[in-house]
Design a binder for this molecule. Structure first.
Ligand code: GAL
Length: 423
């Protein structure tokens, strides 16, 4: 069993056992109890698509929302529920978190549906590493998000005469223009996961896909300690100069709102940000612009939202299967992802219903998948297990961003040390 279980204190387990006992007792075979962190406007709107699909089949929805972008708080709640023997029907989950639960024998089995629906043919192989264990399907991917995007307010771009930045230096020049015009150049929520998510893009832009893969997926020590990694930290420090003084602790969707309103020029964020533009009735090309993070065109740093299915009592399995089937329904994947900002995990879903950013997202995933530049996000736990991704990596990046680690030399040394300690 990996570290995920070790950090759970007895107190948390007891509290969870008491807190969720009622929910489990009340569950009947028509109830879907779902844990997730989709609490922003765009996220909640997307989740409604799934709730409605199940309601049509007569299932009731028992929501277990745990606010906190990136899902760290949700993962703590999930850990407590599972440890207390009260797992939800399913939980939103990212990457290696799912593999940890699978290793611990906590996940159920929806393989018969997968076989019937030929899921292996329509889900990218890279994702199947996380949705299956020894050939058994224990999770389903509802989408593919990618983190290497920037989102810009179109009116502000017009006002400053900005054009699409094609590399990192052009991005800095664009941010300078906004600064000169008295607009906040970069909207950022100063939380570890957000800074780390931005750093994924900076590393890709600075070193390219081969370097990203070597450093984050292969954990090649020479790459982790290289001048390119130092330069990545230096580039991150440059971006630090463009955020407003109130960035610390801000939620990601509030940072998106700054761009939606034109209080800031741009946000570096995964395409869940698009869900916030959509729910505010903003249109791409007219109100806002979506570009790949400058210097990362041709690559997709992915994370996929999976629903992990836990071992539940026999009377809850029917609801579990219903959720799995609905989530893999091509029509549901289309409707959900149009609202969420992500693209369908099923590669056979048409892009017809998607806006220009969504169409680009779908085409980018196909192209990157074909040429080996479809790579898991370190910040989102798709490159390494949580002890390294949301542990060591988030910690060092945030300390550097907030000035506790002062130089890129020191940052590289600390990152290498922290990763080795977590392994
Ligand atoms: C990501 C997740 C997205 C979105 C985002 C902000 O980890 O994959 O679906 O919810 O966090 O909350």
């Amino acid at each position: 069993m990996r570290k995920i279980w070790n950090v759970l204190t007895a107190t948390t387990m007891v509290a969870a056992a008491c807190g969720f006992a009622g929910a489990a007792a009340a569950a009947d075979n028509k109830e879907v109890q779902m844990l997730h962190w989709w609490t922003s406007g765009g996220e909640a709107a997307a989740l409604n698509v799934i709730k409605e699909a199940l309601a049509k089949q007569g299932y009731t929805w028992k929501d277990v929302p745990v606010a906190g972008g990136g899902g760290e708080a949700a993962m703590t709640t999930l850990k407590a529920m599972v440890a207390a023997g009260n797992p939800p029907t399913a939980s939103q989950i990212l990457g290696y978190f799912a593999l940890d639960y699978a290793d611990a024998g906590k996940l159920g089995d929806v393989t018969p549906l997968a076989v019937k629906g030929d899921w292996a043919k329509v889900i990218p192989t890279a994702l199947q590493k996380f949705t299956t264990t020894n050939g058994k399907w224990d999770a389903v991917p509802i989408n593919i998000h990618s983190v290497n995007w920037i989102w810009l307010n179109k009116a502000v771009m017009d006002k400053i005469g900005g054009t699409e930045p094609k590399n990192f230096d052009e991005f800095l020049a664009l941010l300078d223009k906004a600064k000169a015009a008295g607009v906040i150049p970069l909207a950022l929520g100063g939380q570890p996961w957000q800074e780390a998510t931005m750093f994924d893009s900076v590393v890709m832009s600075t070193g390219g896909p081969e370097f990203y893969k070597k450093a984050f997926i292969d954990l090649d020590e020479s790459a982790l300690k290289s001048d390119t990694m130092k330069k990545s930290f230096d580039n991150l420090a440059k971006l630090r100069g463009y955020v407003d003084p109130n960035f610390a602790g801000r939620d990601w969707n509030l940072a998106t709102a700054m761009v939606v309103k034109g209080d800031a020029l741009a946000q570096v964020m995964g395409d869940w940000a698009k869900g916030e533009f959509k729910v505010a009735n903003k249109e791409p090309g007219k109100d806002y612009l979506c570009y790949r993070f400058p210097g990362t065109d041709g690559t997709v740093i992915y994370n996929t939202d999976m629903f992990a299915f836990f071992n539940v009592s026999a009377d809850r399995k029917d609801a579990q299967n219903a959720l799995a089937a609905a989530s893999m329904d091509p029509a549901v994947q289309s409707a959900f992802n149009v609202i969420k900002g992500s693209v369908p995990a099923r590669i056979d879903v048409s892009d017809a219903a998607f806006d220009m950013c969504g169409k680009k997202g779908i085409a980018d995933v196909k192209a990157a998948n074909a040429k080996g530049t479809f790579l898991g996000s370190m910040a989102q736990n798709y490159a390494q297990p949580p002890a390294i991704g949301s542990g060591a990596y988030h910690d060092v990046v945030t300390k550097f961003f907030h000035g506790q680690i002062k130089t890129s030399d020191q940052a590289v040394a600390e990152l290498d040390k922290a990763i080795n300690a977590a392994m």
